[in-house]
Design a protein around this ligand. Structure first.
Ligand SMILES: Cc1cc2nc3c(=O)[nH]c(=O)nc-3n(C[C@H](O)[C@H](O)[C@H](O)COP(=O)(O)OP(=O)(O)OC[C@H]3O[C@@H](n4cnc5c(N)ncnc54)[C@H](O)[C@@H]3O)c2cc1C
Length: 407
């Protein structure tokens, strides 16, 4: 077994967030190592060949691979050790273990940043009746097959769910000459970013059917047909069932943060089912941070990268544990989820990240202690796909509990 120690910060996951935090920590003089299970770092960026990345961090509109390249170049120039093909297998007794090509690596460091990304919901997470043919893929896997392996995944495509990956793939496959029948979204509003609705669907005349879902699939070996129905607000079928010819069905129905390695040690917030973290994304495990999509699903990679500076701030101050006497943040009206759950009173500022349950127009976001409003921000338009961020000074809160809600 190879043993590594005398490390300040070990980063697990060399996606954009892990690479970004690694280089920023090294610039502050910390001894950093980065691990990734794949041969090349860059995470999901490697397969995102469209532009829209790096706007905040590099002030450039880059493709995913270009952003990954820029980040890796900086990491490399700073001589940060990067261990690839190193799969994190466990965290026991303050030590991390990796399976790697040089055998098992045991790492002990002061701080650990878990930036493992997220995995896609698949057919097993949904309940679609019917046969079990080939031709049903998650949208991100279809993106990998198309953009990395250069494979043609089908001819007649239908997409379930209007998440960003599905929208981006609808445009990509249409450009490649495939027939994209439409996107079927069970909610009465779309799930992706408004800019992707415009740039990926409207500009390419791909129809979006809101309040619609796929109720059955049919096909002997390969998918042949899907059956689609309109649904009411309780998701009960209404109207006629439509039969649509499709040899490929892509699922774009959400991402699940990748935290299984730590799951048994983490404490969760029951109202949102998210791990409890403080304003630095410190978990209940001393010295352990959750970052990027492993913490919560970010809509924009730049925001995910920059948010990791909250953790660097704690490391530079030598802080390893959550102060449980901090202010507890709770969900209120129309808030779907948020981080952090704990804001410590002695912190200079706290960034709160949240998503709403449904599209919101001309309302206000408030922080409320019982009936006293301590913070208010006007919201013109906000969609569930967008993560919103506010920065507060914890001094404005006097009590130990505060509610985040839309009024
Ligand atoms: C299809 C798609 C399109 C997107 N389009 C855009 C866009 O246009 N603009 C935008 O701003 N954002 C976009 N995003 C979002 C953006 O890509 C994510 O927010 C970002 O990739 C999250 O970064 P991350 O570092 O948290 O995770 P990831 O990029 O997922 O990186 C996680 C890394 O952890 C590694 N890892 C996982 N488990 C282990 C383990 N056990 N051991 C070792 N290593 C491990 C993985 O190999 C990976 O390299 C898109 C996302 C997807 C999926």
């Amino acid at each position: 077994m190879v043993k590594l120690n005398n490390i300040d910060l070990t980063i697990i996951g060399g996606g954009p967030v892990g690479l970004f935090l690694g280089k920023e920590a090294k610039k502050k003089g910390l001894n950093v190592v980065i691990f990734d299970r794949e041969e090349k770092v860059g995470g999901i960026l490697k397969q995102c060949i469209h532009t829209g990345f790096g706007l905040q961090v590099y002030n450039k509109n880059l493709t995913g691979p270009e952003l990954a390249e820029n980040l890796y170049e900086e990491v490399n120039n700073l001589n940060i050790p990067v261990y690839t093909i190193s799969m994190c297998s466990g965290f026991e007794d303050k030590k991390l273990y990796f399976y790697s090509r040089i055998g098992i690596i045991e790492v002990e460091s002061d701080y650990y940043g878990f930036a493992l990304g997220a995995r896609e919901r698949n057919r097993g997470n949904l309940f679609i009746e019917g046969d079990r043919p080939t031709g049903i893929f998650t949208a991100g896997f279809a993106q990998y097959l198309t953009n990395i392996l250069g494979l043609k995944i089908g001819n007649k495509i239908a997409i379930l769910g209007s998440g960003d990956i599905g929208l981006i793939m609808a445009r990509r496959l249409k450009i490649e000459g495939m027939d994209v029948a439409g996107i079927y979204e069970i909610m009465p509003f779309f799930g992706g970013l408004p800019r992707n609705i415009k740039q990926c669907l409207e500009d390419f005349e791909i129809p979006l059917y809101l309040s619609h879902t796929v109720i059955r699939v049919e096909g002997k070996d390969r998918l042949e047909k899907i059956f689609v129905s309109e649904v009411d607000k309780n998701f009960n079928q209404i109207g006629e069932i439509k039969e649509i010819e499709a040899d490929t069905l892509l699922l774009s129905v959400g991402l699940i943060p990748e935290i299984d390695i730590l799951r048994k040690n983490l404490l969760f917030d029951k109202s949102t089912n998210q791990p409890i973290v403080n304003q630095n994304f410190l978990t209940n495990i001393p010295g352990v941070f959750l970052l990027g999509n492993s913490l919560t699903i970010f809509d924009l990679v730049d925001k995910a990268m920059v948010s990791s500076l909250n953790s660097l701030d704690a490391i530079l101050k030598g802080k390893r544990e959550i102060n449980n006497n901090g202010i507890k943040l709770k969900t209120g009206n129309l808030i779907k989820n948020f981080i952090p759950q704990i804001i410590e009173k002695d912190s200079e500022k706290a960034n709160i990240y949240f998503r709403v349950k449904e599209p919101i127009f001309n309302k206000s976001l408030i922080l409320r202690e019982d009936n006293k409003i301590v913070f208010k921000k006007k919201i013109v338009a906000l969609y569930p796909s967008q993560m919103e961020e506010i920065t507060i000074n914890p001094e404005i809160i006097e009590k130990d509990e505060v509610i985040l809600e839309i009024i």
